[in-house]
Design a protein around this ligand. Structure first.
Ligand code: C2O
Length: 552
């Protein structure tokens, strides 16, 4: 069947939060944007029209886009942006995926307000591998600035410094009662005693990994990034920007005569004051006994609050992520590549660039600006789209096929900062033959910033086969890799001061972006792209570009 999200229009809307009104870029005037509802196997056709003064693209985060890279959406990677007054049809098929994903603008910082959930139901007649919930509720976590976010990023780029931090976090666009004049803007989850609810959590925040907890209730994790996991129960979970997590919440068997806060607040290993450490609250409310419908709720009840981990509790994060395991059953096997054709080691982290002449920079020193890189290369996006120049064979002057397969600068990643923290700028792709099985170890460099980086790979799911702290040990660490039931996902945290190892099969021809999903780090250059070549069979080739593909 074909699913259509009815002709979404990118348009301005005035939205009031934290006592201030500002014009924001939206889809169809909604903030957050509408959820896209599809079923596994559906073809999705979305004609997007741009009616704002910004260039726009939309990305379907986590959708595999098998052979349909033209519909993936990152600006200047797979397409030129949709210019003001123009339209583009995103046309793709949801293959082998069901669960929660999300869509967002993929140009500059527009995703701050241009985002929404993607709900993919299983095929007709295929049940969930857990008891069916009474109701399913998208819970999309976001981040709000009083200022215009495009102005925030422009200012940062001009000074080479860090952008201003956000003013609030949101649940489904609502900051909630812990912020000034926001009590009326509170997300409420209304439940009936004894029923089970599936929360489809999305972290759409720009720059913060978030803890999430509901007072006096447990959360059973059943899926991440649209892949089922072995269920496990926690009081608090951690979710990084880009990631999605489905949890089951079972309401108390009897009317509890209380309401319960759900809270989300950041996990960060950098200095307080350099990130937004505020807390968003929503409220879990129980239907009053004897009331005929879900319309009667008690206002004046005690309100319980969960206790979140400390902002820098890396131990909690490590413990949580180590519990994530694939189902690895005959019906939902974990197709981990057993052998490896291509083995890579990337350093991931912050660095510097010299301040341009006649400018005062606000980077780590006033002679430097902030930068970030993988293997010391900070990806510069071209003024045309990488996928298009690959397809037409005119790569000269657009990109090189020489992304360094080992770091350009050697140092002890957890030792004293090196004298040279400069990154190199470049537009270099890493080329993979079709169906290569890839192992990639990503090591946090911890220079300038001891910080975890949620790395997102477009076009693929990967298996997280190992992680650790300190320097990766290529001799002893691989023996500990989990090749049996590692979690399969599209976004993984490279731990602060540590490393993560992933494996994936390069079975999707095209140009695929990989970047830190902390938008500030992407802006500083923590991004690269893979070029996966066509296979020899007709069904192993990138499809030709659609006729309406935007031009730069
Ligand atoms: Cu969710 Cu490249 O993005």
């Amino acid at each position: 069947s074909t699913f259509c999200m009815r002709f979404p229009t990118v348009q301005m809307a005035n939205v009031t939060r934290l006592c201030g009104t500002k014009g924001i870029v939206t889809v169809n005037g909604e903030y957050p944007g509408p959820a896209l509802l599809a079923r596994e196997g559906d073809r999705v056709v979305v004609r997007v029209t741009n009616r704002v003064a910004h260039n726009v693209t939309l990305h379907w985060h986590g959708i595999r886009q098998l052979r349909s890279g033209w519909a993936d959406g990152p600006a200047y990677v797979t397409q030129c942006p949709i210019q003001t007054g123009q339209s583009y049809v995103y046309d793709f098929t949801v293959t082998g995926q069901r669960g929660t994903l999300w869509w967002h603008a993929h140009i500059s910082w527009l995703r701050a307000t241009v985002y929404g959930a993607i709900v993919i139901l299983p095929k007709h007649g295929v049940p969930y591998p857990f008891p069916p919930p009474h109701e399913e509720v998208p819970v999309v976590l976001g981040e709000w600035w009083r200022a215009d976010t495009e102005a925030v990023v422009r200012q940062a780029l001009r000074t080479g410094g860090a952008p201003n931090i956000s003013d609030a976090f949101t649940i489904n666009g609502l900051p909630g009662p812990l912020y000034n004049c926001s009590a009326k803007d509170t997300f409420k989850l209304k439940v009936e005693p004894g029923k089970t609810y599936m929360l489809r959590l999305v972290n759409a925040a720009l720059n913060d990994e978030l803890f999430f907890s509901v007072a006096n209730h447990t959360l059973t994790v059943v899926e991440v990034d649209a892949v089922y996991v072995k269920p496990f129960t926690v009081k608090t979970l951690i979710i990084s920007p880009g990631q999605t997590t489905n949890v089951l919440l079972t309401a108390k068997p009897f009317y509890p005569k209380a309401n319960f806060y759900m809270l989300a607040a950041p996990y960060s290993t950098i200095r307080p004051g350099t990130f937004d450490n505020t807390t968003v609250a929503g409220i879990l409310e129980y239907q009053k006994p004897g009331s005929p419908s879900m319309s009667s709720f008690d206002k004046d009840l005690p309100l319980f609050k969960p206790v979140l981990p400390r902002f820098n509790d890396t131990g909690f994060v490590t413990n949580f992520t180590s519990k994530l395991r694939s189902l690895a059953t005959p019906q939902y096997p974990a197709a981990v590549p057993r052998s490896v054709d291509k083995r890579f080691f990337f350093t991931v982290g912050l660095g510097t660039l010299p301040c341009p002449a006649n400018t005062t920079c606000q980077g780590p020193t006033n002679k430097t600006q902030f930068a970030a890189a993988m293997n010391n290369v900070s990806l510069v996006l071209p003024s045309t789209a990488l996928l298009q120049s690959h397809f037409t064979g005119v790569s000269r002057g657009v990109y090189g096929s020489n992304f360094p397969v080992t770091p350009l600068l050697k140092f002890n990643y957890t030792g004293a900062p090196p004298n040279n923290t400069n990154v190199a700028k470049g537009t270099k792709l890493l080329v993979l033959p079709f169906n290569a099985s890839v192992e990639l170890v990503m090591q946090d460099t911890s220079i300038l910033g001891f910080e975890s980086h949620p790395l997102h790979l477009h076009g693929f799911n990967f298996f997280v086969v190992g992680q650790g702290f300190g320097n990766y040990d290529a001799v002893n660490d691989p023996a500990k890799f989990n090749l049996v039931d590692p979690v399969e996902r599209n976004t993984v945290g490279v731990p602060a001061g540590g490393w993560v190892a992933i494996r994936f099969l390069a079975d999707n021809p095209g140009v695929w972006f990989m970047h830190c999903h902390l938008e500030v780090h992407t802006t500083w250059g923590l991004r690269m792209a893979w070029l996966v070549l066509d296979g020899s069979l007709p069904n192993q080739k990138l499809l030709p570009p659609p006729a309406d593909l935007p031009k730069c």
